[in-house]
Design a protein around this ligand. Structure first.
Ligand SMILES: [Zn+2]
Length: 314
């Protein structure tokens, strides 16, 4: 059991590191921001049944909400917080006041949102418990793009973005190195930065089985290509090697053409890769980082469905 719990922690932290790097390096591109501490939280009540007792022991829970891990180099790391510190208070957030049904992530989500909503420009006092002893820390947060990153333990290759959260299945981390998975996460984060869910809703499109049919298709294709293009900027700004992401899409596209590469509603992966490669050529020619691409102005406009204008055919 301890091995399984530790493996789950390592997977969560891989995602947390990627999410942190993208959200921090691209804050200039995000109009929705939050206080970035670099704390990956977990809660006792997200563990069910017999696992809960094992989790309580393994992760040394002394309160309901604890530090699953700390992103290296983050404000929380610099302040001295460590994994398995149990949390009593972070700024004005007292976790005892946040409710959550057993076996759900309700309390986890509420905790993440409450901490993210703290002021981004002042010191945050943290009260924690480590090895039974009360400790105090002062964390100096930094503004980052507002987004939650959630790992779904599953063997399928699915990633999604709902406007405020990026979710990715653990299968990606089992199959690919961390920097390859960053390409998929950057694509999903791009959907949220470009407010695609809201803008698709404004067009009245169907997110269910009909997403690949009729008048919906052109809007989905436009959002997919826009997310591909913006993802290249997010990766470049975060210092990822764009050659790696191209190699990843070339390998991933044909072998796992479901999930991200849903066939009907999405342009052909080969054309998407060609389009991405052309954009990467433009990015390589620019020296400044971060690059704030002009396409961000898109998010203020209704989708027009003109995906052909964006796509380079291979
Ligand atoms: Zn997408």
């Amino acid at each position: 059991m301890a091995d399984a719990l530790e493996a789950a922690r390592q997977a969560d932290m891989q995602l947390a590191r990627i999410g942190w790097r993208l959200a921090l390096s691209n804050v200039a591109l995000c109009d929705r921001r939050e206080a970035g501490l670099g704390l990956q939280l977990h809660t006792l009540d997200q563990f069910e049944g017999g696992v809960r007792a094992a989790a309580k022991t393994h992760f040394k829970f002394a309160s309901d909400v604890a530090v699953e891990g700390v992103v290296p180099g983050s404000p929380a790391d610099r302040a001295g917080l460590r994994e398995d510190d149990s949390l009593v208070r972070v700024g004005t957030v007292t976790f005892a006041g946040l409710n959550g049904a057993p076996g759900t992530t309700d309390r986890l989500v509420a905790s993440q949102l409450a901490v993210g909503a703290l002021p981004q420009d002042g010191p945050i006092e943290v009260e924690a418990i480590r090895d039974g002893k009360p400790l105090r820390f002062t964390v100096y947060p930094v503004p980052i793009c507002k987004s939650r990153f959630e790992l779904r333990l599953a063997s399928d290759f699915r990633a999604s973005a709902d406007g405020s959260m990026v979710q990715i299945s653990s299968a990606f981390f089992d199959a690919y190195p961390e920097q390859n998975v960053a390409a998929a996460i950057a694509h999903e984060l791009s959907h949220n930065i470009l407010r695609h869910r809201d803008r698709l809703d404004a067009r009245g499109v169907d997110f269910g089985l009909l997403s690949g049919f009729g008048g919906n298709v052109k809007y989905f294709r436009q959002t997919e290509i826009q997310a591909d293009l913006l993802s290249a900027y997010l990766l470049a700004n975060a210092g990822y090697d764009l050659k790696v992401s191209i190699a990843f899409w070339k390998a991933f596209g044909p072998s796992k053409a479901g999930g991200i590469f849903r066939t009907r509603s999405h342009p052909h992966w080969r054309d998407r890769v060609a389009t991405l490669e052309a954009e990467i050529g433009k990015i390589a020619a620019r020296g400044e980082r971060p690059i704030v691409p002009a396409m961000l102005a898109e998010r203020e406009r209704p989708l027009d469905g003109n995906w052909q204008a964006l796509l380079i055919r291979n």
